[in-house]
Design a protein around this ligand. Structure first.
Ligand code: BV8
Length: 248
């Protein structure tokens, strides 16, 4: 049973601007492993931080490419869950009332867009897009080669997933949009993130500084938990639909 305080429902109903930050926890119930989950099978002996870097790719492009191929297949098979769908309903409800809504995601799985969310800001890119490692241009088709790592048809450089690796800058436009939404929102919903990876992890704290009501939905305690007034401890796929039903 999820207890949603009346005052929180009232805050949602009077809100004019809502920002949401999601992490891999919202996709966990779609069967997409989180970063903190122990990697399964073949990948059990690697840490994501040791694979999701330009250095790892330069050192062993085939290993990194295979890791992303495995994750792409997993993501393609996954389906949006009730947590993703509840955020679509919330966005529609706010749009009907002429309110602003921004969904800032750290996830690269594209499940928010597949669920129907419109205002999605992808801070860390999208695993289903591919780009040239040297030029950075997006590539949508390439020669599959026995070398297994495809090459850019324009320059012959290696291809890589269009995601932000550790040590790489976030896309400036996406980051600016995330800061704008965070600094101007009345409500900031922080869902399924360990609030460890920067600069995304600073967004809920920025929202607090700018006077927003910040709400955390997470299975476990995070560095944010003691700073916010509304914490829902449990799975996003259960809590979010219930919370949105109370508001609509
Ligand atoms: C950068 C794409 C400038 C790739 C990812 C300041 C301080 C300290 C460190 C840094 C700093 N600034 C920069 C850094 C370094 C680094 C960093 O933050 N390191 C960490 C490890 C400390 N940051 C960067 O490098 C960033 N770049 O800042 O550029 C720069 C340039 C040069 C040098 C320095 C700085 C780039 C970061 C982006 C990396 N790319 N993803 C890919 O996916 O392959 S990050 C990746 O990990 C995810 O995208 C995500 O952001 C992050 C994992 O975080 P979560 O999503 O929170 O997932 P996690 O598994 O941790 O937690 C899941 C949560 O869900 C848990 O809390 C769990 O309880 C909860 N949960 C689980 N199930 C459920 C649930 N909740 C609800 N319901 C459920 N069912």
């Amino acid at each position: 049973m999820v207890n949603v305080p009346e005052e929180l429902i009232a805050i949602f109903r009077s809100a004019r601007r809502v920002a949401v930050l999601t992490g891999s926890g919202i996709s966990a119930e779609s069967g997409v492993p989180t970063f903190r989950d122990a990697q399964t099978g073949l990948w059990a002996r690697y840490r994501p931080e040791d694979l999701a870097t330009p250095q790892a790719f330069r050192r062993d492009p085939r290993l990194v490419w295979e890791w992303y191929k495995w994750r792409r297949e997993l993501v393609t098979k996954a389906k949006p869950n009730r947590g993703h769908e509840a955020l679509v309903e919330l966005e529609k409800y706010l749009a009907q009332r002429g309110c602003l809504f921004a969904l800032i995601t750290q996830n690269v799985d594209g499940l928010h867009q597949r669920a129907g969310s419109q205002q999605v800001i992808e801070l860390h890119g999208n695993i289903l897009r591919t780009k040239c490692f040297d030029e950075g241009t997006l590539v949508d088709k390439w020669e599959e080669s026995d070398e297994k790592i495809p090459r850019c048809p324009q320059c012959g450089g290696l291809l890589r997933p269009d995601v932000v690796w550790f040590g790489e800058n976030l896309p400036a436009i996406a980051l600016e949009a995330a800061w704008q939404a965070t600094q101007s929102c009345d409500i900031f919903l922080c869902i399924g993130t360990s609030t460890i990876v920067e600069p995304a992890a600073s967004l809920p704290f920025m929202a607090l500084q700018y006077g927003a009501s910040v709400i955390e939905i997470n299975l476990h305690t995070t560095p944010l938990s003691t700073s916010v007034r509304y914490v829902f401890r449990g799975p996003a796929g259960v809590i979010l639909p219930y919370l949105v039903d109370c508001i609509l």
